[in-house]
Design a protein around this ligand. Structure first.
Ligand SMILES: [Zn+2]
Length: 413
């Protein structure tokens, strides 16, 4: 369904006709820069999915208007579409998407029962509405990362009705792991599972004592710090979810993005620091992968080819992936870990050009670069996915592998 609503820029009175596609959440929010004055306009939409009700909410710099003539803006919270269609009236991104879907559906058997359909819908909601769980999950994750065991147990029991597939004795680790996997599912969760399987295969075929000493170090020195940093990145993304969701939806589903696409919401003030923060988080948290790559090369977890562990921890984040660049499953996670964008993001040189939806920045003095906003958001979401994948690996090591290693090495002196 598309809702058509006129809005007027409060700063300069420019008129827009918004054509907002209704997504599946209970709330969606869209921002864009006024093409006349450049100030950000933000509008919210409360949705009652059960009763098909809706209510527009003015968030920033606009008033609702009855005007029927103005610049058309198509906004879709969950679908990425070509930028050429951004101002075209009468097209529907959903319909374009449906026709793509229809091609896929035509290949499916036509005798799907009502029960199968209802199960499919429930499974689909588990995967695509994870952001609505963040209020509860974020608290569990934060308490757990800070070692507040008694508080996290109480919080889980107090909120059991809001926890996905709750059962007694469900642990914080299991809850966070399930959430991460659903947030990445289907395609990116499969990839995370493949990496975890690779690590487990390596464990099965390696000297167990090498893994045992690593698991001890990981539990003592790495795990909680990594979880705390990753919590910060997940919080940044889920609090600003409307800025990222259409790209996250596409990447989760394994779709390739068009070269220039329209973003459902553009609020640069909310997103400009997120790349740099996610870059720092991933650069620190890959310590787990670096240690495992040493074991894969038949060395102790803390013995690098040319470095000591203390030296590795100290080196610049841009060099952290070098030691596992020969392991494709690990190095793929670093594909969007790009120092020059991080420097632009963290050194405050980012300048947003609202006419071209482009960011210009200076990674070094006397050097200027540009990146389209859609590409920038893709880089942010890819870093988020990498950070979450490393968190899933961290939980697997802390919650599963550590106990296997302890059991298998019992008796070894
Ligand atoms: Zn304006």
């Amino acid at each position: 369904m598309i809702l058509r609503q006129g809005v007027t820029c409060s700063t300069c009175n420019e008129i827009y006709i918004l054509r907002i596609s209704v997504g599946h959440s209970s709330y969606q929010e869209h921002s864009f820069a006024c093409s006349n004055c450049g100030e950000t306009i933000t509008i919210g939409l409360d949705l009652d999915q059960k009763n098909a009700g809706w209510q527009f909410k003015i968030i920033e710099n606009c008033i609702l208007s009855d005007e029927t003539l103005g610049t058309i803006i198509n906004l879709h919270p969950e679908i990425v579409f070509s930028e050429e269609l951004l101002h075209v009236d009468l097209i529907s991104p959903s319909i374009l998407y449906m026709s793509k879907m229809q091609e896929k559906l035509n290949q499916l058997p036509s005798d799907v029962s009502k029960e199968d359909y209802s199960d499919a819908k429930k499974n689909w909601e588990k995967i695509f509405l994870t952001h609505q769980e963040w209020g509860i999950i974020g608290k569990i994750w934060s308490l757990f990362a800070k070692n507040k065991d008694a508080q996290v147990k109480k919080f889980i029991i107090d909120n059991k009705d809001s926890i996905h597939d709750y059962r007694p004795n469900l642990t914080a680790c299991e809850i966070i792991y399930s959430f991460i996997m659903r947030a990445l599912a289907p395609i990116r969760a499969n990839r995370a599972e493949e990496i975890i399987e690779k690590i487990f295969d390596e464990y099965e075929n390696s000297d167990k004592e090498l893994f045992n000493s690593f698991c001890k170090y990981h539990a003592r020195e790495i795990f909680h710090k990594n979880m705390l940093r990753a919590h910060g990145i997940a919080r940044d993304l889920f609090i600003n979810y409307n800025e990222f969701n259409s790209v996250l939806w596409s990447l989760k589903k394994g779709e390739s993005l068009p070269s220039n696409f329209a973003i459902a919401s553009i609020n640069f003030e909310k997103t400009k620091k997120i790349y740099g923060d996610a870059y720092e988080c991933l650069g620190s948290n890959v310590l787990t992968l670096a240690c495992i790559s040493n074991i894969m090369k038949k060395r102790k977890f803390d013995t690098f080819e040319n470095l000591t562990l203390a030296k590795y921890i100290e080196i610049d984040k841009s060099g952290k992936g070098k030691c596992f660049s020969d392991i494709p499953e690990f190095s793929d996670l670093m594909k969007y870990h790009i120092p020059k964008i991080r420097n632009g993001s963290h050194h405050g040189t980012f300048v947003f050009n609202h006419e071209h939806n482009q960011i210009s920045y200076s990674p070094k003095a006397n050097k200027s670069e540009t990146i389209s906003y859609s590409e920038y958001i893709t880089c942010c979401v890819e870093l988020f996915i990498s950070c979450m994948t490393v968190s899933a690996i961290d939980i697997f090591i802390y919650d599963q592998l550590r106990f296997s290693a302890m059991k298998d090495t019992a008796g070894i002196v």
